[in-house]
Design a protein around this ligand. Sequence first.
Ligand SMILES: Cc1cc2nc3c(=O)[nH]c(=O)nc-3n(C[C@H](O)[C@H](O)[C@H](O)COP(=O)(O)O)c2cc1C
Length: 170
Amino acid sequence: MDLQAFFTMSYGLYVVSSVFDGKQNGCIVNTVTQVTAEPPKVSVAVHKQNLTAELIEKSGVFNAVPLTEDATMQMIGLFGFREGRGMEKYANIPFDTDSNGICYPTQSAAALFSCKVIDRLDLDTHLLFVGETVEARRLSDLPVMTYAYYHAVKKGKTPPKASSYIPISK
Ligand SMILES: Cc1cc2nc3c(=O)[nH]c(=O)nc-3n(C[C@H](O)[C@H](O)[C@H](O)COP(=O)(O)O)c2cc1C
């Protein structure tokens, strides 16, 4: 199989967050996709070992924020390379709270989608959550960061728990 072929797929970069029992957390994903229009539903694939997956499983709600191109590597590092168990990712960044009581970043945020989980598929390493959108709002008109921009311009890396991870040697 030519794993390089997967590099032709396009994505955005999102912070997906959830809350359960007072614990707020979020992580970077590139796997948010709108899957239906009426009503608007989105799907997201989250690694089972990520705290964010556990919080979505337990609460049945999540939100997704597409990042804009001005998102710093510091912010992407906080949400995409650090684990929420044992730390509070929202402690030192500007945030607001959606109608489900879930935090979301307000800096470098293009929009807010708040979702209620209506289905879930076990994909071995990841859980695919399907969410019905209960709130959608534009937050900025700046260009959104694509996965390609993250790699080509920001020189960003993709960690092993990402759905699209491809080992360097392949
Ligand atoms: C560019 C990029 C894309 C990522 N895509 C995903 C993804 O689609 N699904 C996922 O579960 N993790 C993805 N990750 C990895 C998580 O963000 C990472 O494992 C994070 O530390 C999990 O945090 P948590 O344990 O606090 O939830 C991605 C990370 C980066 C930097």
